[in-house]
Design a protein around this ligand. Sequence first.
Ligand SMILES: O=C(O)c1cc(=O)[nH]c(=O)n1[C@@H]1O[C@H](COP(=O)(O)O)[C@@H](O)[C@H]1O
Length: 283
Amino acid sequence: MIAPFGIRLRSLMNKRGALCVGIDPHASLLSAWGLDDDARGLERFAMTCVEALAGQVAVLKPQSAFFERHGSAGVAVLERVVREAREAGALVITDAKRGDIGSTMTAYAQAYLDQSSPLATDALTVNPYLGYESLRPALDLAAAQRCGIFVLGLTSNPEAGQVQHAVGPQGGSVAAAIVAGVSADNAGCPDLGDVGLVVGATIGSAVTDLGIDLAASHAPLLAPGIGAQGAGAGELAKVFGAAVRNVLPSSSREVLGAGPSVTALQDAADRTLDACRAVLGEP
Ligand SMILES: O=C(O)c1cc(=O)[nH]c(=O)n1[C@@H]1O[C@H](COP(=O)(O)O)[C@@H](O)[C@H]1O
């Protein structure tokens, strides 16, 4: 039987280095690559990313919205991207940030995590702000299918603190309550668990300010915000402190902007990985 997601992720981070490249086919990037903003351009763009990077980086993270905006033809491209990236040896996190009442969450979980679904992936980003327990159907199906879940914790957008830093009735922040839920689900894992957290590389001192112990959660820590949103590898040590070993830095636009040349994309990913390694150390 396939190993649980956290074990597969650690093993690939050790082998290929801790880097996730996001496949975010913005209209402006399609244009910069000389492609039309339609499903054919999308397919060319996304499959070039797969060709360049799926055999090289540990994780690829296609962002569903950029595929959905091309309708059913775009979703068909997403299916192909996820399938072929996995076949080429990368782990795939589908970034769809799903979140709904539990009964609907079951259907989202089946769409992405049931390994017989056309959209079957290794891990899914989810939004816990309907309450952590609303995610339970996805957490359960992920565990049964040896998949991962990445729960939004402290996101990289500037307005995130309005909700995530807010103090709840028990006196702790909303984000700390989400991290507590993740920690409970990963309890007993010796290293990385299957339930990750999304913590932006742009958030400065929020983790320490809110008294959050990320290392104790055993969560893989997906850290977007490297590059286009202004964070560099240098921010990682400051944001994550003792948890840096569990960080999976993520960059989309900065790497994608190097295309459409396959070798230029590979070099850009290598440069980002080298910069992160200088901070995170060798795995
Ligand atoms: O879940 C994410 O990946 C995510 C969380 C977050 O807090 N901030 C964030 O930017 N992202 C995603 O990361 C990608 C942005 O990457 P850049 O182009 O490198 O800025 C987009 O797909 C975002 O949806």
